[in-house]
Design a protein around this ligand. Structure first.
Ligand code: CDT
Length: 332
């Protein structure tokens, strides 16, 4: 109805998914998505947010010699024959959605992608993951691979979209650990950031972090929301997927940094919150009034500020860090 369209209060569902096994077919997975979308409609949702790579198992955990052998994990069109039922149901229900999937373009480029679909079933935004974690070579010493840097090219930007009566941005999984992600979105006026994830609990390069996965997940989602005065919806693919335990704990975070809704299982589950987009201005118009209080001219001076008192070894490490931001060396 008219009042609903004008409202800046959205009902948003974080549609966490349980594992998708290798044997699960695309139509079976889409059926699960449609079921979650219907639950969202029943709960009054305007928008249902699905995770990263929501149509397949997290295939970067396996090496293939020839990338073409993995083509079946990618979508070459959106919607395609298997995903059209989700779009049709969204339009019928009048519920929008966010969906992560592997994209293979007609020019042969491969991306870890998310789209934003409005309540009429039209695609209003597409995002290609910027921060690709893991490694690009087969590393047999690992219990499982994390080959995103082999399977995907990096996207080249964060954009915002006028949708759902507000300003909506997207990021994908590892992006959420980087403050730049939220800040670049925030500088464009983002009020609602949608972030799907597949986070293995075991981190092979430093297993000491395993017990902290849940803490780090909420730490970055909550601080990103607060420091940029935006709502953040973090949605997992969770549970035991092909022998790999994936973190759940999907959450909807308010601009205050508080958790407004939280998933409590490792399966298909919808966590719903009333998302008042006008709450953002309470932060971006006061404490985090970027235009008034940020000091970009100071931040740009960081290299020049390093004086001769910095010990040579530290200086070398700092220089290395600055250089490596242009050309990454280490691979996690
Ligand atoms: N999918 C994804 O980006 N997962 C990463 C795992 C990091 S370890 C290789 C994450 O940041 O959650």
């Amino acid at each position: 109805c008219e009042e609903r369209t004008m409202s800046r209060v959205l009902t948003v569902g974080a549609a966490q998914m349980g594992p998708i096994q290798l044997a699960d077919t695309r139509p079976e997975v889409v059926e699960r998505l449609v079921a979650l979308l219907r639950s969202g409609a029943a709960a009054g949702c305007d928008l249902v947010v699905f995770p990263e790579l929501a149509l397949t198992t997290f295939f970067p955990r396996w090496w293939v010699d020839d990338l073409a052998d993995a083509d079946h994990f990618y979508e070459t069109e959106m919607p395609g024959p298997d995903t059209r039922p989700l779009f049709d149901e969204a339009r019928r229900l009048g519920v929008g959605f966010h969906l992560g999937y592997a994209e293979l373009t007609s020019a042969g480029h491969r991306y870890n992608t998310a789209i934003l679909v409005e309540r009429d079933g039209s695609i209003v935004g597409r995002y290609r993951k910027v921060h690709l974690p893991g490694h690009s070579e087969h590393e047999p010493w690992r219990a499982f691979q994390h080959l995103e840097r082999y399977y995907f090219e990096a996207g080249d930007g964060f954009a915002v979209h006028a949708a759902f009566g507000g300003v909506v941005g997207m990021a994908i999984c590892n992006d959420r650990r980087w403050p730049e992600t939220y800040r670049v979105l925030g500088l464009q006026g983002c009020e609602l950031a949608l972030i799907g994830y597949n986070t293995p609990i075991h981190y092979a390069p430093d297993p000491a972090q395993d017990r902290l996965q849940g803490f780090h997940n909420h730490l970055v989602l909550q601080s990103g929301a607060y420091q940029n005065g935006m709502w953040v919806v973090g949605v997992a693919k969770a549970g035991e997927e092909e022998g790999c335990a994936l973190l759940g704990e999907s959450a909807i975070i308010a601009p205050s940094g508080e958790i407004a809704a939280l998933c409590t299982t490792d399966g298909d589950e919808l966590a719903v919150a009333e998302v008042d987009l006008d709450l953002c201005a309470g932060y971006t118009g006061t404490l985090f009034d970027f235009h008034r209080y940020r000091r970009p001219e100071v931040y740009g001076r960081i290299t020049a500020q390093r004086g001769p008192e910095v010990p040579a070894g530290v200086r070398a490490a700092l220089d290395d860090n600055v250089e490596s931001s242009a050309e990454p060396k280490g691979e996690g």
